[in-house]
Design a protein around this ligand. Structure first.
Ligand SMILES: Cc1cc2nc3c(=O)[nH]c(=O)nc-3n(C[C@H](O)[C@H](O)[C@H](O)COP(=O)(O)O)c2cc1C
Length: 365
């Protein structure tokens, strides 16, 4: 397969992308008091020329404890939204497209800085890990207000001129805490023994977002089977369970499923080599994004612990892409450390590709 296949345009509803490469959402914590600085705008603008779609770092919705980090950007409040207007301005000026990733962290351990949000961490049952309660169980009013806050963030994304919106439903954060039986012990309509029952919160968020942005604006939902709290968790253990999980989300308004794996080549179920994005596309007919160690030898959690990764072949990715398993390919660390990564790939300059090392996380170049 030729790498040039990744450089075909993609279009869905009002979204048109120049190629299939997505910059994966990556928290950078360079937005003091939640306000993105002009350096943040420059950082995204620097990558917009060659990346098809930039998904922003997770940016939190308007809830007292939606974040555990004072330097994670807000997606509410006049000052933060004005700063995001600068960001999308720079991205468009460079010829790019961008979606904010709207986020509520749910129940979290406090940040190492010691900073505390102005309210208790909240989640379906107050749990951060099975058996570890460090937050509060959300009331019906908390849930209603949180769903509405996701809707407002999506409406603001469209109003500010973003090209799409991504809902962060992955990695053990709030929406995923509802999905995960280990953290959702509720006995009301927001809990239940089955994954479709525990998906009702996610469905309600998707519906609120869809209602806020209208039919023509692309809504992306990021999901993962794995949790940062436990890599071994699998929400859907069979294709049937996955279909029962994803179908109501698709019907609620998801246009693109962003299927997060730590290693994209790992098959989701026995008996087939399809990965998460491959199954999601097959089961729902929706467009999908794959992600996880594209172009790099090691995965990203190990990178936080200091493990370096070397450039690696795209052959397996291209084989799956050529087979039609997914529509878009998200790339995280390779683009974080090298804004020129897509250009080098397109021009077959593989000898110029760089290793990823932890030092890249310390700066916002
Ligand atoms: C520094 C860093 C921050 C991240 N922050 C987020 C985030 O805010 N939201 C999210 O959904 N994923 C986040 N991720 C995960 C990435 O989006 C991506 O799924 C992961 O890095 C795997 O892609 P890669 O192997 O190409 O780096 C983060 C990853 C890194 C390295």
């Amino acid at each position: 397969m030729d790498v040039q296949t990744l450089f075909q345009p993609f279009s869905l509803k009002s979204l048109t992308l120049k190629n299939r490469i997505v910059m994966a959402p990556m928290t950078r914590s360079f937005s003091p008091n939640g306000i993105p600085t002009s350096d943040v705008a420059t950082y995204y603008g620097r990558r917009a020329g060659e990346v098809g779609l930039i998904v922003s770092e997770g940016t939190v919705i308007d809830r007292p404890a939606s974040s555990n980090d004072a330097d994670v950007p807000h997606f509410y409040g006049e000052q933060a939204l004005e700063a995001w207007r600068q960001v999308i301005g720079e991205v468009h000026a460079a010829g790019g497209a961008m979606a904010p990733q709207i986020w509520h962290m749910g129940v979290m351990h406090p940040h190492a800085s010691g900073w505390q949000p102005p309210g208790p961490f909240e989640g379906p049952s107050g749990l951060v890990m099975p058996g570890e309660r460090i937050g509060v169980e959300m009331s019906e009013a908390d849930i209603t207000e949180t769903i509405a806050a996701f809707g407002r963030a999506a409406r603001d994304a469209k109003r500010l001129g973003f090209d799409a919106v991504e809902i962060h439903g992955a990695h053990g954060y709030l929406i995923d805490q509802f999905l995960w039986a280990g953290l959702n012990k509720r006995t009301d309509a927001w809990g239940g023994a089955t994954l479709p029952e525990r998906s009702r919160f996610a469905v309600a968020v998707v519906k609120a977002v869809r209602e806020a942005v209208g039919e023509d604006f692309v809504v992306i939902l990021r999901l993962s089977q794995w949790k940062q709290q436990d890599f071994a968790v699998k929400l859907a253990k069979t294709p049937d369970e996955m279909e029962a999980w994803l179908t109501p989300l698709a019907e609620a308004g998801v246009d693109i499923f962003h299927c997060s794996q730590r290693r994209f080549w790992q098959p989701e179920f026995e008996g087939s080599d399809l990965n998460f994005a491959g199954w999601a596309k097959k089961l729902t007919g929706k467009a999908t994004i794959t992600v996880g160690s594209v172009g790099l030898s090691g995965e990203f959690i190990a990178a936080f612990q200091g493990e370096s990764s070397h450039p690696s072949s795209l052959d397996e990715l291209l084989r799956r892409f050529g087979r039609g398993d997914f529509d878009l390919v998200a790339v995280g660390r390779a683009i974080l450390s090298d804004p020129q990564w897509p250009t080098k790939i397109r021009e077959n300059r593989s000898e110029q590709l760089r290793d990823f090392t932890r030092e890249a996380l310390a700066t916002l170049y």
